[in-house]
Design a protein around this ligand. Structure first.
Ligand code: PGA
Length: 252
C-alpha cells in the first residue's frame, strides 16, 4: 500500500505568527497519529516559521505553488531552489490556481518536472467542474489532466495525486466516498498505471473537497484512497489531527 498522507492546504489564511502557532499545535498532537504523514502547507511567507516549528518532529511542510524556473525576472514568483530546505512537498495544479491564476496543464507539467528535479515531492491536483460532471465528462477530464500533468515524467517516486472535484471544494458538499473511489480507482489509477506500470501501485492518492473529521474515515475505507488534502478543516489543529486519526483508524 502507498504511504498514508494527510496534507493541510491553508490557502491564503494565517499570519506568520498564527501559522507558527497552528504548526506547533499540530506538532504537539502528531504523536497520536503514527503511520500517517502529516504535511502542513502554509502561505510562502510562513514556510520558514512553520518549518522551524515542526523541526525535530515527524511533521512535514509543503508549499502551495511554485514557479518552474530556477531564477530570473518573474516578479512575485518563488523557485524550486528557494523552497528546498524549507519544505519537502509542493501542491501543484490546484483548481484555484487553474481557475483564477491561469495555471494550465502545460505549466503544471513544467512545475512537476522542476519539483522532481529539485527533490521536492509534488502533489498534483486534478478535478472536474460541476458542469463537466453533469455532462458526463468527469473521467475524460481527469485522465486528461493526469496525462498532461505528467507528460514526460518517467519516475513516479515522490509523486502524489490529489482528486479534488471543484464542486466539492469549500462548499461542504463533499463527493460521496463511492464517487471519489470511482474516479480515483478508475480514471486516475488507470492512467497512472498506463504511465508508470507497477510503480503506480505505490503512488498515494488523496481525496480533497470538504474533507473533515466526520467523513475522512469513510474515504480512507476505500482501498484506492490513501489520505486527504484538507482545506478548511486544516485550519484548526484538533480537527486536522482528527482527520489523520480517522484515516489511520480506517486503514489500520
Ligand atoms: P476544502 O479545500 O477542504 O476547504 O474543501 C480543499 C482544497 O482545496 O485543497
Amino acid at each position: 500500500m502507498p504511504d498514508l498522507i494527510v496534507a493541510g492546504n491553508w490557502k491564503m489564511n494565517t499570519t506568520v505568527s498564527e501559522a507558527a502557532a497552528l504548526a506547533a499545535a499540530v506538532r504537539d498532537g502528531s504523536g497520536a497519529v503514527p503511520g500517517v504523514e502529516l504535511v502542513l502547507c502554509p502561505p510562502f511567507v510562513s514556510l520558514a516559521a512553520v518549518s522551524d516549528a515542526v523541526k525535530g518532529s515527524a511533521v512535514k511542510v509543503g508549499a502551495q505553488n511554485m514557479h518552474f524556473r530556477e531564477s530570473g525576472a518573474f516578479t512575485g514568483e518563488v523557485s524550486p531552489g528557494m523552497l528546498k530546505g524549507l519544505c519537502d512537498y509542493v501542491i501543484l495544479g490546484h483548481s484555484e490556481r487553474r481557475q483564477m491564476f491561469g495555471e494550465t496543464d502545460e505549466s503544471v507539467n513544467n512545475k512537476i518536472k522542476a519539483a522532481q528535479a529539485a527533490g521536492l515531492k509534488p502533489i498534483l491536483c486534478v478535478g472536474e467542474s460541476l458542469e463537466q460532471r453533469e455532462k458526463g465528462q468527469a473521467s475524460d477530464v481527469i485522465s486528461g489532466q493526469v496525462r498532461a500533468g505528467l507528460e514526460g515524467v518517467s519516475d513516479a517516486s515522490g509523486l502524489i495525486v490529489a482528486y479534488e472535484p471543484i464542486w466539492a471544494i469549500g462548499t461542504g458538499q463533499s463527493a460521496t466516498p463511492e464517487t471519489a473511489a470511482e474516479v480515483m480507482g478508475g480514471a486516475i489509477f488507470e492512467t497512472l498505471r498506463s504511465l508508470f506500470l507497477a510503480a503506480a501501485d505505490n503512488i498515494p492518492l488523496l481525496y480533497g473537497g470538504s474533507m473533515n473529521a466526520g467523513n475522512a474515515g469513510d474515504y480512507a475505507a476505500q482501498d484506492c484512497i490513501h489520505g486527504g488534502l484538507v482545506g478548511g478543516a486544516a485550519l484548526q489543529a484538533d480537527q486536522f489531527l482528527q482527520v489523520a486519526a480517522a484515516v489511520a483508524a480506517a486503514k489500520g
